[in-house]
Design a protein around this ligand. Structure first.
Ligand code: AHR
Length: 662
């Protein structure tokens, strides 16, 4: 009832508002009562889910341009081309130091005996390298030198092989026994969408190379070795309430050996042990044999990202189970301890004092202040009694040490059916904090389920709509599009999430990013190539909800009922106590204009105009693209208000937001 208090205080000072005014509801009007808070909107309500799929991390937000920089891919020279005038066997060898360095065993040994014989290695990048004219590029390499004498010419090439940037690295003139870092920066003279990096060796000598790296200078917050700024900016613009990471199925792995282990993703990047990305071979129609996780983007960076964009971090940990679509490997219950310990240690890493083991680790990485972790997921899409059995052990240990930590639990892969019913029942018996529900369904499902949560119990576990996306075709099909129809269907469904903010505390679309030349899954919220990124219509829907989140849900009713599909209309409303605004969301999912009069209750004096934002397209199949990134995008205008009833005309296939100052 905070809202009532605020409204009461406003009456006292301005005389504008009448809380709880109960004018008779007009038939066929959507009646919005701005004076009656029916639920608090959690700050976490609209968030994002980041998974390293579709080249989301390596080749995506992690701005490293060199693929297979440490020669650890299964094919150690994948991504590299060796060229020499006269072939000398053994001029480029990959050596494996095995136990001496388990995290990063391989390196390349370059041996050049004839000064006149040209020798180079070229890296193709992740589907090429995006190079920008006039931008600085930072090259670095770890090296050991057995016989001095080689000079390295670092050359950026455009798609036609023309040099568009170069620098020289002259290693020490002595033998170098310990690994040493050399770095050089240079400016690119031209732009290239699919550039390459060539290292040309001049002179004679023998040198070992590892961690060959190239980063643009314009990373997010200009952090060296950081993230791609345009992609992160798109996330920051959404003002997400939380970020769920790192997955998704990559948390589980094909098998347990390649599950995600956060402790292997922190510390110096050269010590982070690479593993295969489980999306590498998941779909026969989209094989991605060069997809690995180098973990240059690891848990420290995820926490930092969350902090940067003002989102609550929501890490998801492996529950002792590999992906049940793949091997379904399980850790025997009596061997679950290390997994549980990882979860306990993660809280210490995020929040612990700097004199604790993991708090100190965080501080040494550059963040002495805690990251304020409040939520953690145990398991991604796990199901069955095996999950419940393991989850109980995690829950007991985590709650004993951290009673305030909120745990997110899986309800499986689908929003209904036997698996869901079983888990939903079990988790409710366990009094779970938050249940994670996933729905990848056709647009019609989203429209028909806008009232899904209207009758969910208000007490007991909260819901996290953790992964959802309307599918225009089969999931992962090449014809599955982020089009206007799917965006509008999601917007309609989300009125139901918002209306039920008393139950639904978090929601996020999935997946977040896709590289046009390297995707495995469709549809995806944001599409990128090596230089550009654009938001789909679905992105704008997510952003509009998140940036119009409000603080309190207020009733928006048609004939006393939730507006959830009558005449293809969907509506919800919130008040933002801080901005002093009433925000009404209306979706018209039909192909025809719909007159939808709105009566506003609970406000005595209605201002003469309101802000209107509309996302609309007459063609259900309309999409955005690199050429037309704003083809289906929100447009802003003002509308005149006269009295308490607004004769609102909802355009066909549209999502409208009306903001009224109160
Ligand atoms: O978002 C893509 C995948 O969909 C996620 O990894 C998984 O949780 C779900 O099956």
């Amino acid at each position: 009832m905070h809202l009532k208090k605020l409204l009461a205080s406003l009456i006292f000072t301005t005389g504008f508002l009448i809380p709880g005014s109960i004018d008779a509801q007009q038939k066929n009007n959507i009646v919005v009562n701005a004076g009656r808070s029916i639920a608090t909107v959690q700050p976490t309500m609209w968030g994002i889910f980041f998974e390293d799929i579709n080249l989301g991390a390596d080749g995506g937000i992690y701005a490293e341009l060199v693929k297979n920089r440490s020669f650890e891919f299964y094919m150690p020279l994948m991504g590299w081309t060796v060229k020499e005038d006269k072939i000398n066997e053994g001029s480029v060898m990959v050596l494996n130091r095995q136990e001496e360095n388990i995290a990063n065993p391989r390196f390349a040994c370059i041996s050049k005996k004839e000064a006149g014989n040209s020798l180079s290695i070229t890296n193709e990048g992740f589907r090429g390298m995006g190079i920008k004219k006039q931008l600085r590029y930072d090259f670095s390499v770890m090296y050991r030198q057995h016989a001095p004498g080689l000079t390295m010419h670092i050359e950026l090439l455009n798609g036609s092989g023309k040099t568009i940037g170069n620098a020289v690295v002259t290693p020490s003139s002595d033998t170098v026994k310990e690994w040493k870092k050399a770095a050089v920066s240079f400016v690119a003279s031209d732009t290239a969408l699919r550039g390459k990096l060539r290292i040309r060796f001049e002179g004679t000598g023998v040198i070992d190379l590892d961690m060959i790296s190239l980063f643009p200078a314009d990373t997010w917050k200009q952090r060296p070795g950081g993230m791609r700024a345009d992609m992160i900016q798109m996330l920051a613009d959404m003002k997400p309430g939380f970020i769920r990471f790192p997955g998704g199925c990559i948390v589980e792995g094909h098998d347990l050996a390649v599950r995600y282990q956060w402790k292997k993703t922190i510390g110096p990047v050269e010590d982070r042990q690479l593993i295969i990305n489980r999306w590498n071979s998941e779909f026969a129609h989209r094989p991605t044999p060069d997809y690995f996780q180098t973990f240059g983007l690891g848990f420290y960076e995820y926490f930092q990202l969350a902090e940067d964009i003002g989102a609550e971090p929501l890490p998801i940990l492996n529950a002792g189970m590999a992906c049940q679509f793949n091997t379904a490997e399980l850790v025997p219950i009596d061997q679950l301890d290390p997994y549980v310990q990882d979860a306990l240690d993660l809280v210490e890493f995020a929040n612990g004092d700097t004199n604790t083991k993991w708090g100190k680790f965080r501080a040494n990485m550059g963040h002495p202040a805690p990251f304020n972790l409040k939520m953690m997921g145990v398991g991604n899409e796990n199901w069955g009694p095996q999950y419940v059995e393991r989850l109980k052990i995690f829950t007991k240990a985590l709650k004993a040490r951290y009673p305030d930590l909120k745990l997110v639990n899986s309800s499986g892969t689908d929003p209904n059916g036997e698996r869901f019913d079983y888990l939903n029942g079990e988790l409710r018996k366990m009094n779970a904090d938050i249940i994670d529900e996933h729905y990848y369904r056709r647009p019609e499902w989203f429209l028909a389920n806008a009232n899904r949560y209207d009758n969910y119990p208000r007490n007991g576990p909260k819901v996290f709509a953790g992964e959802y996306a309307a599918q225009s075709d089969k999931t992962v099909s090449i014809n599955n599009r982020n089009n206007a129809q799917t965006a509008i269907a999601e917007a309609a469904f989300m009125t139901g999430l918002e209306r039920n903010a008393a139950v639904v505390n978090l929601a996020s679309y999935a997946p977040l990013f896709a590289h046009v030349d390297g995707w495995q899954w469709t549809p995806d919220l944001i599409w990128v190539n090596n230089l550009q990124s654009y938001g789909t219509p679905n992105y704008y829907v997510q952003k509009l909800y998140s940036t119009n989140k409000g603080t309190d849900v207020v009733p928006a009713l048609l004939d006393g009922k939730a507006v959830a599909g009558q005449d293809s209309l969907y509506a919800s409303a919130v008040v933002d106590k801080n901005k002093r605004e009433l925000i009404i969301k209306i979706v018209n999912a039909s192909q025809k204009e719909r007159m939808s009069p709105i009566s506003i209750e609970g406000i005595n004096k209605i201002p003469s105009e309101a802000m209107l934002t509309v996302l609309q397209s007459n063609h259900l199949h309309d999409v955005n693209s690199f050429d037309k990134p704003q083809n289906v995008a929100p447009k802003e205008s003002t509308i005149a208000l006269k009295g308490k009833t607004l004769n609102f005309m909802a355009a066909p296939n549209s999502f409208s937001i009306i903001r009224i100052k109160i």
